[in-house]
Ligand binder design. Structure first.
Ligand code: DGL
Length: 265
């Protein structure tokens, strides 16, 4: 029994999709969520910059006494997971390995599509994770940088979003992927649109849900579960608290009560 909170962080708002999945999967756990809204987006930034920002957030969360850290951001996981694990005194879980595991379990043909930010796709992290589990898999990756601002605008079903999705996903359709990994915090909100564009033969893998399952397993294995009692969720951002509160409610599926502002760096 361990009542210390879980630390969850993202470049901004998107990681609330992971927080939401954690709340559902682990209702007794308390979460401190940090969104780096002052420095979002991480997608187009260099690996060194993303590692530095992620390291600062890790130090902040460790200071707040978290018992484990969930890297909800795909770009941070892609560039910084190893770096964070080396520096952390508590377990660190990223979103890529769980997503890769689910993709490998779901594919029938071994042809897997991955969509993510420019940084995530350029890092090749999903491809490596998938191939470590299934060496003969064929992985087709596609950066979709315009999806992040579309989701932030709330344009989940807008004709512009559909046009852009058709353009981005055409190469993956031509490659005949039978699984599409949503390798970015924002993409679960586009699920109905992406499912429609890809068609019924393609299974969508949501890293948020898979990560929540992986975190539950890891907490159980390390005997760190809260096991009952009430939770206390905290939300912290590095800037622009009103926007986080407004758009964040859509990601989380409920209102955000208290949001603290803590500038880092
Ligand atoms: N959180 C980022 C990710 O999952 C998307 C937004 C950004 O580029 O910072 O990759």
């Amino acid at each position: 029994m361990n009542k210390a909170p879980l630390g969850v962080f993202d470049s901004g708002i998107g990681g609330l999709t992971v927080a939401r999945a954690l709340f559902e999967r682990l209702p007794h756990e308390s979460v401190i969520y940090f969104g780096d809204t002052a420095r979002v987006p991480y997608g187009p930034k260099s690996p060194d910059t993303v590692r530095r920002y992620s390291g600062e957030i890790l130090a902040y969360l460790l200071n707040r006494g978290v018992k484990a850290v969930v890297v909800a951001c795909n770009t941070s996981t892609a560039h910084a997971l190893g770096y964070l694990k080396e520096r952390s005194t508590v377990p660190v879980v990223g979103v890529i390995e769980p997503g890769a595991r689910a993709a490998v379990a779901a594919t029938k043909t071994g042809t897997i599509g991955v969509i993510g930010t420019a940084g995530t796709v350029a890092s090749g992290a999903y491809e490596r994770a998938i191939k470590a589990l299934r060496p003969d898999a064929r992985v087709h990756s596609q950066p979709c940088p315009l999806f992040v601002p579309l989701v932030e605008e709330g344009w989940f079903e807008h004709p512009a979003a559909e046009l852009i999705a058709r353009e981005y996903l055409a190469p993956l359709q031509r490659a005949k992927v039978d699984v599409l990994v949503l390798g970015c915090t924002h993409y679960p909100l586009l699920k109905p649109l992406l499912a429609r564009v890809m068609g019924p033969g393609v299974k969508l893998v949501d890293s948020a849900e898979e990560t929540a399952t992986a975190v539950a397993r890891e907490l159980e294995r390390l005997d760190l579960l809260a096991n009952g009692g009430s939770h206390d969720h905290r939300f912290v951002v590095s800037d622009d608290e009103p926007h986080f509160r407004k758009v964040g409610a859509r990601f989380l599926g409920e209102k955000l009560k208290q949001v603290e502002v803590v500038p880092l760096g």
